[in-house]
Design a binder for this molecule. Structure first.
Ligand code: P1T
Length: 401
């Protein structure tokens, strides 16, 4: 399988369908085949037929995915991994003992756990700061800082970090700026064009888009970094299987239309929640009241499908809401066509407990899917009324005592 045509001049939606995905040269198959093989016949010792030797090192279905990912992020290269965290681990191989990593204080719990509980055992130092505040970010950079790890929008508070501002801040220093672009997807935001050195994805989310595969990716432009990461992709071996690569490619083809609808629905859900008595605060970068709305409007083309909110009445009310929706399934993860709801404090961000980066226990996170928005809103309305009417009944009973 070869990729003769360079699709990089085509528009995003065209690249999503064609980049790295030319018809198979061996058979004409229009859709990239799942090369379900671990190894490849050699003509003579070390003489490869089609450039492939062993599927941990390379596999044609993975090559197609990597080419597509690079094209969508506007990078020179892409590398795919078994999960988003495997991709994060791979980037950590750029570090040496004594190096320091600065992370946003609002970051996916698993990313925080990898730096805090695993990489610190190997001499990597880390600290947290609110990177949506550039002055705080500047003050938090240390002489041994080698990576600044930006997630934007952040998980779960949907803060926006100014990518171009952060790039300016690390310029001229021996620091790499990594942007975890999972919540936005390359359709809405392309960090390399705004000065980031590397882009990371949990392809499990919007890129895969159907909650049927776990994967990760790193995209960049620097060839020396590529050689190091590519070496470790093979040497450490956390690679995705061909079926997983194929599912991710299949998802990527519809990324543009899905992100349009995710964003449209989430904007309506966020506006509706903002008007509810039971809702204390809504976090959505598309709301003009969001503190980073201006930065979001500058660096994203729309605001994606993630909405977080806090409720009045404590943990009990939050728990009742997440346990009483039907269109929104109570589950971790995000970015699929179906809506999900979760309690970050007890679920995705349980690993930040006791670290100072905790989330409120009245916080609920929504991954707004592409079902009809009226059904999504009716579902939330129903769950909120169950949760709050129980609270009212409880209050009435207490006052009658
Ligand atoms: O789950 P995995 O594919 O390993 O990706 C980790 C990851 C990395 N970055 C971000 C921004 C993420 O949200 C995640 C995974 N997040 C969830 C499972 C979640 O529900 O938030």
């Amino acid at each position: 399988m070869t990729h003769d045509h360079n699709w990089n001049d085509a528009r995003f939606e065209t690249r999503a369908i064609h980049a790295g995905q030319d018809p198979d040269t061996a058979t004409g198959a229009v859709i990239t085949p799942i090369y379900q093989t671990s190894t490849y016949a050699q003509e003579a010792i070390g003489e490869l037929k089609g450039g492939y030797e062993y599927s941990r090192s390379d596999n044609p279905t993975r090559t197609a995915l990597q080419t597509a990912l690079a094209s969508l992020e506007g990078g020179a290269w892409g590398l795919a991994y078994a999960s988003g965290l495997a991709a994060t681990q791979n980037i950590s191989y750029l570090l040496r003992p004594g190096d320091h990593v600065l992370l946003s204080n609002d970051t996916y719990g698993g990313t925080f756990r990898l730096f805090d509980k695993v990489l610190t055992n190997y001499g990597i130092e880390m600290s947290l700061a609110d990177l949506s505040d550039l002055d705080e970010a500047r003050a938090a950079i240390q002489p041994n800082t080698k990576l600044v790890w930006v997630e934007t929008p952040t998980n779960p508070y949907l803060r926006i970090i100014d990518i171009a501002g952060m790039a300016e801040l690390v310029k001229g220093r021996d620091i790499r700026l990594v942007v975890d672009n999972t919540f936005a997807s390359p359709y809405l935001q392309q960090p390399l064009g705004q000065g980031a050195d590397l882009v990371l994805h949990s392809t499990t989310k919007y890129l895969g888009g159907h909650s049927d595969v776990v994967g990760g990716a790193v995209i960049g432009n620097d060839e020396v970094v590529y050689e190091t990461l590519k070496f470790h992709q093979n040497a450490a071996g956390a690679v995705p299987g061909p079926m997983d690569c194929w599912l991710t490619l299949r998802g990527i083809k519809t990324l543009g239309v899905r992100m349009e609808r995710h964003s449209e629905n989430a904007a309506k859900v966020a506006a509706w929640l903002s008007e509810r008595e039971a809702v204390e605060r809504v976090y959505y970068p598309g709301l003009p009241s969001h503190p980073n709305h201006e930065v979001a409007s500058r660096q994203m083309t729309s605001f994606s499908g993630m909405v977080s909110f806090t409720v009045r009445g404590g943990f009990e009310v939050a728990a009742k809401i997440v346990e009483n929706t039907k269109v929104f399934t109570l589950a971790e993860s995000l970015g699929g066509v179906e809506s999900l709801i979760e309690h970050p404090g007890k679920m995705t961000h349980a690993s930040v407990a006791g670290t100072g980066a905790e989330v409120e226990d009245t916080l609920i996170r929504l991954s707004v899917g592409i079902e009809h928005v009226d059904d999504q809103i009716a579902d939330l309305d129903h769950a909120i009324s169950i949760a709050t009417s129980r609270q009212l009944i409880g209050a009435a009973t207490r006052s009658a005592d």
